[in-house]
Design a protein around this ligand. Structure first.
Ligand SMILES: Cc1ncc(COP(=O)(O)O)c(C=O)c1O
Length: 343
């Protein structure tokens, strides 16, 4: 960090280039392009794949709003395919059913750090001539079929402070397509191909050197911190044994959230009770994207019953690497007590 400040170059310098190289090596993708946020990464990835007005992009309704908003930014239309009720990730068969002649890309999400079926999506994208853009904003270091997220199609990551690794704010595009990487880098900086030469309408989605320096330090600790998350998740699996999103047989999640699937109608009371006893819980997400006021106003009428049901059942309990064994024990006891009498 001090080296960055001393260098006098505070944007798009050596630290950004080093983070791009190190992250590419980490995920196993040939090219990485750093951005100012995960949302910017998604927007640029879609643009770099040529998505625009008149196109459809198939995605999940059960995600953070940024996933679908990035599609709207391009002028394309998000098409919501329902999730698998076990994994809570968008289901390959519902994606395949939603393909039309206008479909340009599929944009699944690795929700909670749990890889979606990227092997199936890669196959669908290949067979149907579509771009695959994986929203891995919650899944740094997760893998499926022996490959990390970011190495399937084009992957997008967020380095927002709550994520498994942060740069303060920031994001990353990982891709094996050199043209996508080149276009994303050009659009990241006002469509500039040379100093003060602007070929296209671009954006200021650059990452600063200060943010990149934080990202580099965080990347060094990512595997150790993901291992701590996994140990916490394994503890909850063993001690609580409650339903949670299923992990595909060939996958290893990077548990961003550890999420219980409670009975419908009981989740909110359990959340209140846990907050009262000092257990920080989260609901990701209480409203599926197609039911958000913005999307309703835009006329989205899709029915995604599995996503709608999940939104009423999910409750995330602390899984972050800062938990010690006493914290975990306390969480387990409090969850059991909040649920007692209901099971
Ligand atoms: C699934 C998902 N997609 C996209 C984003 C957007 O990332 P950012 O907040 O860095 O713009 C986030 C995180 O906030 C996310 O969780």
């Amino acid at each position: 960090m001090a080296a960055v400040l001393r260098s006098g170059q505070l944007a798009q310098g050596q630290a950004v280039a080093s983070l791009e190289t190190a992250f590419a090596a980490f995920v196993g993708a040939p090219f990485c392009v750093a951005t100012s946020s995960g949302t910017a990464a998604l927007h640029l990835a879609l643009l770099a794949h040529g998505v625009g007005p008149g196109d459809e992009v198939i995605t999940t309704p059960f995600s953070f709003i940024a996933t679908a908003n990035a599609i709207l930014y391009t002028g394309a239309t998000p098409v919501f395919a329902d999730i698998d009720p076990d994994t809570l990730n968008v289901a390959p068969d519902s994606v395949e059913r939603a393909i039309t002649p206008r479909t340009r890309a599929i944009l699944p999400v690795d929700l909670y750090g749990n890889p979606c079926d990227l092997v199936a999506f890669e196959d669908i994208a290949h067979r149907r001539g579509l771009a695959l853009i994986d929203d891995a904003c919650q899944a740094h270091g997760a893998d499926i079929g022996g490959r990390r997220t970011g190495s399937f199609g084009t992957g997008c990551f967020s380095f927002y402070p709550t994520k498994n690794m942060t740069s303060g704010e920031g994001g990353m595009i990982a891709t094996s397509d050199p043209d996508v990487a080149e276009r994303a880098a050009m659009l990241r900086s006002h469509g500039s191909t040379d100093r003060y030469v602007h070929e296209e309408l671009g954006y200021n989605y650059r990452m600063s050197e200060v943010h990149a320096a934080i990202g580099l330090a965080q990347l060094q600790r990512l595997e150790e911190r993901n291992a701590a998350r996994s140990a916490n998740a394994a503890h909850y699996d063993a001690e609580l044994g409650l339903p949670r999103p299923a992990v595909l047989p060939n996958a290893h999640p990077a548990w961003h959230q550890y999420t219980l699937l409670l009975e419908r109608g009981r989740r909110n009371a359990v959340a209140v009770r846990l907050e009262q006893v000092g257990v920080g819980v989260g609901i990701y997400y209480p409203t599926p994207i197609h039911h958000q006021p913005l999307y309703r106003r835009l006329g989205f009428t899709a029915s995604c019953p599995n996503a709608e049901a999940a939104a009423e059942r999910v409750l995330s309990i602390p899984v972050h690497p800062g938990l010690n064994s006493e914290d975990r024990h306390y969480v387990v006891e409090q969850v059991k007590s909040a649920l007692s009498g209901w099971r």
